[in-house]
Design a protein around this ligand. Structure first.
Ligand code: FES
Length: 724
């Protein structure tokens, strides 16, 4: 392998003897060059078409100017196949004196060269440029429309016969920003839907996803479309069929409070503008006689088909936890949810003038989290109710009212001015008395013609989430890939995006859908992978441990457990877990780590502390020790993909063969591992080693901001070794 070393002096600011380092590197590499500002002027002509290069400069993790992406692009642009980084700034020159830093720089370069020499093919993958959006609410619609406008082939699947989701059922939408104002969904929904219909997106209503399988890096999706009794290509929405239809059935759009015909639309503005036939139709054929376009076919059958997509967007929204409502007489026809009351308001309370309506907000920690929308929806609804029925007595019973933001708090104040009573107390039960209801509370009783319950919301589509291999939190919400603050909407499975995670209002949902479209667009460009795992099919014993431990659903059972590199995030959890040693973490193999350990302390005096710092958190903490000017005794560090990607066998070998005096492994803090459970797994493995008598190894949780803790751990390790 033809190897070069590009050393950067960081404009001469690093307190390192570069002549000495250069001379040392020349003994190991085919070409060495020293630069003043590698980041500003990376002229690597002298290394063109080399097999590999070591960038001995600032940290690939934390450099503000020359990080791993920049290093990768730079190497690639000069036709250099492989690259490694020797971090001679943050974890070297900035934390040690000149002699220690010079010695360490030499060792770091030697370690990088050893690792580089065993480099293998960097994998790459380009997904199909086709996207499936599951869910036709406003988030799904916005996402599909934006993708279509970006020129992406997008298909939207919606279970209902119309687009728009719950928003269609809400007559008045608040406008979340600024002074409270409302907008009617009857204005917004046709506009939003129409834009989607006019885009190039393919819309499949009355359709559902039956199954999803990962095939060759893409998603093979089985979709079922309900029988098209009314051909959408022919139906002109004239409604003559509905006029002559003799059958009436409860309309689910109004929660059964109104009827529709067996052939009808759920509501007048439903898009697509196509009539549909529901259960209850007796196939009398009256509609067939009047349809001017022969659009009706009573013999239509459901269709099931499979298609491949490169990415999936989940926009399936929420549903109500009805179990919780049972405690509050939800079986009574005059006890209803907020969404059901929306339909009452939409139908002008069916002409009724109730004496009193009591709204009951959540009472206990019923689902374990705040559904976020109930309090704002309640203050909106009581205002609306007071506007159309000023004479109705309106009471809101709450334990804790969370009208977040400017608009909702303003709604609450206006409601008080309109005479709405807000009472903070505990509800003990709801009883029926004669022809009215009584809400019994700790502080008295409240009579009501209607009781409206704030419904605890839960994520819908749990089964779908599981089928997609998503990891869920304790409440059933799909987990987002870490760091969530910069990866919102990315799930743990590559190219599955979450447009409707959590509960959002309409405006937020539209924003989220659009933002996800951009993420999908970026993901469809494909990726290059320096680190990824592969299975040696002959060694695999089919134990399935890798499958169970993979946080990214990248492994599936064929004749053996096989890793799909397109979904692999290179965390190495499977590799370090495999009892048959059948898995290799490419470009961070045991052999590479052992060779690095072999040369790590050639120029070191005193205790030999070898630190394996996880890719995301702990290595960054190591860099911050330099940024914040700490001074430390010498140690050597290796950046590992996750703390759990380091096999304990390798640690034992390093210690048994006296390659180091002490091994420190640090991972992300609890609940912060970027591969969900890697830090916990490694903690347990190392505790087991400790319990078996190996005291020269230690695991620590070290987050980025815990650089001080890391420094202390390194100092303690030093003292411990010195004291023995
Ligand atoms: Fe830091 Fe797993 S990524 S411990």
């Amino acid at each position: 392998m033809k190897v070069g070393v590009a050393i950067c002096t960081c404009g001469g600011t690093l307190n390192i003897d570069f002549d000495e380092v250069r001379e040392f590197a020349e003994g190991m590499a085919d070409r060495v060059e020293v630069f003043d500002f590698l980041c500003k002027n990376p002229n690597l002509e002298g290394f063109r078409d080399f097999d590999g290069i070591v960038f001995a400069c600032c940290s690939e993790r934390s450099s503000l100017n020359f990080n791993e992406n920049a290093m990768h692009k730079t190497a690639k642009s000069y036709g250099i196949r492989f690259w490694e980084n020797a971090n001679i700034r943050e974890q070297c020159a900035w934390i040690h004196d000149r002699k220690t830093a010079t010695d360490k720089a030499k060792d770091l370069i030697a370690m990088a060269i050893e690792k580089l020499k065993l480099s293998k093919f960097y994998n790459s993958f380009e997904p199909l440029k086709r996207v499936l959006v599951i869910g036709g609410g406003v988030a799904g619609i916005s996402c599909a429309k934006s993708l279509a406008e970006l020129g992406i082939d997008v298909t939207l699947v919606e279970e209902k016969p119309y687009l728009g989701g719950h928003v269609c059922q809400i007559p008045f939408l608040w406008q979340g920003e600024g002074y409270p104002s409302m907008c009617t969904s009857e204005c917004v929904i046709p506009v939003v839907n129409r834009e989607l219909m006019l885009s190039n997106a393919r819309i499949l209503t009355s359709s559902r996803v039956l199954d999803v399988e990962k095939v060759d890096g893409n998603f093979r999706v089985k979709i079922e479309t309900e029988p098209k009794y009314v051909d959408p290509e022919r139906c002109v929405g004239c409604g003559r069929c509905s006029e002559v239809c003799p059958i009436e059935v409860p309309n689910p759009f109004n929660f059964g409070m109104t009827k529709r015909k067996a052939i009808d639309k759920d509501f007048r503005l439903a898009m697509p503008d196509v009539y549909n036939i529901v259960e209850g139709c007796n196939k009398c054929g009256e509609c067939l006689k009047v349809c001017p376009t022969n659009a009706i076919n009573m013999d239509a059958k459901a269709e099931v088909f499979e298609e491949d997509f490169g990415a999936i967007v989940i926009a399936t929204g929420f549903e109500t936890n009805r179990e919780v409502l049972k405690k509050y007489r939800y079986d009574h026809p005059k006890v209803m949810t907020l969404l059901e009351f929306e339909r009452m308001i939409a139908n002008n309370l069916f002409g009724e003038v109730p004496m009193s309506v009591v709204f009951v907000l959540c009472q206990k920690d019923e689902v374990g989290y705040c559904s976020r929308l109930c309090c704002p929806v309640t203050v909106k609804q009581v205002n609306r109710l007071k506007m159309i029925r000023p004479e109705t007595e309106v009471t809101v019973i709450y334990k804790s009212l969370r009208t977040y933001g400017r608009a909702f708090e303003a709604f609450r104040r206006i409601a008080i001015k309109r005479g709405v009573e807000f009472v903070q107390t505990d509800v003990e039960g709801i009883e029926e008395r004669e022809d009215y209801l009584v809400v019994k509370t700790k502080d008295g009783e409240f009579e009501a013609d209607y009781v409206v319950l704030a419904e605890p919301l839960i994520p819908s589509s749990l089964k779908l989430f599981k089928r997609l291999g998503l990891k869920l939190d304790d409440f059933g919400f799909p987990l987002e890939f870490q760091p969530r603050v910069v990866n919102p909407g990315e799930s743990y499975v590559d190219r599955i995006f979450l447009a409707s995670k959590g509960f959002k209002d309409v405006q937020e949902s539209v924003e989220s859908g659009r933002a996800i479209a951009l993420k999908v667009y970026e993901a469809l460009k494909g990726k290059e992978m320096k680190y990824y795992s592969v299975t040696n099919l002959e060694k695999c014993s089919r134990c399935g441990l890798c499958y169970a431990i993979c946080p990214h659903d990248a492994i599936k059972l064929e004749e053996v457990f096989r890793i799909d590199p397109a979904f692999c995030k290179g965390c190495g959890l499977c590799y370090a877990t495999c009892p048959s040693r059948a898995i290799t973490l490419v470009n961070l193999e045991d052999e590479q780590i052992l060779r690095m350990a072999d040369v790590a302390f050639k120029n070191n005096e005193g205790p030999r502390i070898l630190a394996f710092l996880c890719y995301w958190c702990s290595y960054a903490a190591g860099d911050l020790m330099g940024y914040y000017g700490l001074k430390l005794p010498p140690f050597r560090s290796v950046r590992v993909r996750c703390s759990a990607s380091l096999n304990p066998d390798v640690v034992e070998k390093i210690l048994a063969e006296n390659k180091a005096d002490y091994v420190l492994i640090a991972g992300c803090p609890p609940k912060n591992c970027h591969h969900i459970w890697g830090n916990y797994i490694q903690d347990r493995r190392i505790r087991l080693l400790n319990a078996l008598g190996e005291k020269r190894v230690r695991f620590e949780y070290v987050g980025v901001a815990m650089w001080n803790k890391l420094a202390k751990i390194i100092e303690n390790a030093h003292n411990e070794v010195k004291g023995t």
